[in-house]
Design a protein around this ligand. Structure first.
Ligand SMILES: *Cc1c(COP(=O)(O)O)cnc(C)c1O
Length: 321
């Protein structure tokens, strides 16, 4: 396996904790959580792991500025802005939406970390990203473009190492369940499972697309990431499990199901799920337990991917209602 540059910003290994009260309440399998909501950079989340490799690659390339894009409440953009600040890199974020007069949640933090924010409609996101990148090249600002969700082979490699970390914690759950969107987390975990010999099931709960689309994205990214690391592995759709039954009303919409999951985790474990990602994945986990998908003696790991600041966003105020 080829070694690639890495900086150390994450608090690793993240703890694995039993969810005893939630397990008892749901009368299902033994539930555990891996705390990637506690990766340590600017309120944590899964993008911190990816940024250890992405920022390292940017610095190796001599970059002076970072450009990336995401939704208005993007955790990826918030963590990228924080990592950029930490390494003295200018950060420009292309956010989809309209300028917010009183920013809250992740957007508030983007401003706090000094990121320059450009607003785009969904249709112009990609073109504005390219334009901003080329302008930065012309201006001699040596930009490094971080793809959507940090999900390039460089970013995804981080989750292959995360799998190695879990195995080093001597934990071998029957199932690992997590929120999946741009596919980097799932592709990395799938590759890590292959490299380091994890034999359980990896189930991504889609938060924004149909299973077929996400699955093919994960398959290609896992295969590309293997190639990037000089590993002889290829992946097919048989290697990737995705469930799209919990899309609810779509990306970023907190419905009844997400709210119930958030409240259940909060009230039984004092644990915070977010309305966009882990709320949907948590709802999926609860529903799969209720459907009898797992036996009582199985161990199921909920890999918490973060998203905490979104619960403080204005649009999710009815989280307690
Ligand atoms: C980005 C993100 C995800 C999805 O990870 P991908 O690697 O894009 O699939 C899940 N949860 C949270 C909180 C995120 O910010």
């Amino acid at each position: 396996m080829r070694q690639i540059p890495r900086i150390q910003i994450a608090h690793l290994p993240t703890p694995i904790e039993p969810l005893s009260r939630l397990s008892a309440y749901l009368r299902g399998p033994h539930l555990y959580v891996k705390r990637d909501d506690q990766t340590g950079l600017a309120l944590g989340g899964n993008k911190t792991r990816k940024l250890e490799f992405l920022i390292a690659e940017a610095l190796t390339n001599g970059a002076k500025s970072i450009i990336t894009t995401g939704a208005l409440q993007s955790n990826h953009c918030r963590q990228t802005a924080a990592a950029s600040a930490r390494f003295g890199l200018d950060c420009t974020l292309i956010l989809v939406g309209i300028p917010d007069r009183s920013p809250s949640g992740n957007l508030l933090l983007d401003h706090l970390f000094g990121a320059k924010i450009l607003w785009a409609s969904p249709g112009e996101q990609e073109s504005l990203l390219q334009k901003t990148y080329h302008q930065a090249v012309e201006d001699g600002r040596s930009p490094y473009l971080v793809p959507y969700g940090g999900s390039s082979p460089t970013g995804a490699a981080a989750y292959a190492y995360a799998m190695q970390e879990m195995i080093a914690q001597e934990f071998h759950p029957d199932w690992i369940i997590f929120a999946s969107s741009s596919g980097g987390t799932q592709a990395g975990l799938a590759l890590g499972a292959r490299i380091f010999g994890y034999k359980g099931n990896l189930l991504g709960i889609s938060v924004d697309k149909k299973a077929e689309e996400l699955c093919s994205q994960v398959v290609s990214l896992a295969t590309e990431t293997a190639k990037f690391l000089d590993l002889p592995f290829t992946f097919s759709s048989l290697d990737v499990l995705v469930d799209d039954a919990y899309l609810g009303d779509g990306y970023g919409v907190m419905g009844k199901m997400e709210k119930e999951a958030i409240q259940l985790f909060a009230r039984h474990e004092g644990l915070i799920l977010d309305p966009v990602y882990t709320g949907k994945a948590g709802a999926g986990l609860i529903n799969l337990i209720q459907q009898g998908r797992f036996t009582k003696d199985e161990q199921v790991l909920f890999w918490h991917t973060g998203g905490t600041p979104a619960i403080f966003a204005d649009r999710y105020q009815d989280i307690i209602g």
